[in-house]
Design a protein around this ligand. Structure first.
Ligand code: PBG
Length: 342
């Protein structure tokens, strides 16, 4: 017995040893403050015309563009693994695109047919669809361009029509991703008037003008349309954080049921502030560039894919996300199921 030991020890080390709780797997699990389950995952999927079941997206190794038939199969698989919702993104044929993106409001367009095909399966699965014109416009902008500027109010009128055809097709969650001012209120009002008061709105409320969307624009074929253009006059400026709270406050007041922060990992502070301030259902989008970074690094042997993916997802949860849109959703749901068995 060392003479320096007191009968009653209080205070910090050596009484307090934070490593004790970390010593075993079971005790790490016991004190874990956050967890990841399939309910946290939303799976974004790309759909294209034709019967080719799946065509790889070169900038997103492991991600494919799916035919409508393959999409319904993927949706079924997602449901079986306990994923609560998918997000459908259409790849529009170049000849269907024009200046004003009029195909966006065609009730028979690709995305509406895809929604109907999935909805017909009566799955226990939410169907999320973007409202924005970029897959449909020849210039790749999310709105109407007049005199070189993406105009707000005229765009909102079209977005409302787009939301209505998607809701009529069976979309359960309308997700405006265009960042026009006032679109959430306009869409909510129009949905209600059309009898779609149960269709939810997941607003891309704090969506930043980010380089990390690059691979997505490849996937939906809007990269070439956008060319040297950018989206800085409507998407948020990365240095800003207070402004994200204003965006979220407005969208909630306009009737958003859920809100999103996008991208994910570089914007953890935004997720945290939004969740702390409003306490509303808050989602993070782990975007295409984040997918590519993790996938490419793992492919090069820099780190283990599964460990890196699971860590990135739990960090998004820890920051305050209620759920995460991630291209890793299906494989993560599989990992979670396998890990439960062992
Ligand atoms: C379209 C839209 C984009 C993403 C989702 N919806 C791209 C953009 O705004 O240019 C990005 C998703 C991703 O990168 O994974 N408005």
């Amino acid at each position: 017995m060392s003479g320096s030991r007191l009968p009653y020890r209080v205070g910090p080390y050596p009484t307090t040893r934070l490593r004790r709780n970390r010593r075993n797997d079971w005790s790490r699990r016991m004190v874990a403050e956050n967890g990841l389950v399939a309910d946290d995952l939303i799976w974004p999927l790309f759909v294209q015309e034709g019967n080719d079941p799946r065509v790889p997206v070169p900038s997103m190794p492991g991600v494919d563009r799916l035919s409508i038939e393959s999409l319904t199969e993927a949706a079924t698989e997602a449901e079986q693994l306990g994923i609560p919702a998918i997000a459908i993104f259409p790849v529009i044929e170049p000849q269907q695109k024009n200046e004003d993106g009029t195909e966006a409001t065609n009730p028979e367009n690709l995305v509406c047919r895809a929604i109907r095909a999935v909805a017909n399966r009566n799955l226990n699965l939410g169907i999320i669809c973007d409202v924005a014109l970029d897959p449909f416009t020849s210039h790749g902008q999310d709105g109407l361009v007049r005199n070189g500027y993406v105009v707000n109010d005229e765009t909102v009128d079209v977005l409302v029509q787009q939301a209505l055809v998607q809701a009529a097709a069976g979309c359960s969650i309308i997700a405006p991703s265009d960042m026009m001012d006032g679109r959430v209120g306009a869409i909510r009002n129009a949905l209600d008037l059309a009898g779609h008061e149960d269709v939810r709105i997941l607003s891309y409320a704090a969506k930043y003008a980010s380089a990390f969307y690059g691979p997505f624009r490849d996937a939906v074929g809007s990269t070439t349309s956008l060319g040297q253009g950018d989206k800085r006059t409507y998407q948020m400026d990365p240095p800003n954080s207070d402004e994200a709270l204003r965006e979220v406050a407005l969208d909630i007041s306009e009737g958003a049921d859920m809100i999103m922060v996008k991208p994910g990992l570089p914007y953890l502070d935004i997720i945290f502030r939004v969740k702390e301030t409003f306490g509303v259902p808050t989602y993070a989008y782990q975007v295409s560039g984040e997918y590519a970074m993790i996938t490419n690094s793992a492919d090069q042997g820099s780190f283990d894919r599964k460990q890196a993916v699971l860590e990135s997802l739990i960090c998004l949860k820890r920051a305050g996300a209620n759920g995460i849109l991630t291209y890793f959703a299906l494989e993560t749901a599989r990992w979670l199921r396998e890990d439960q068995k062992t």
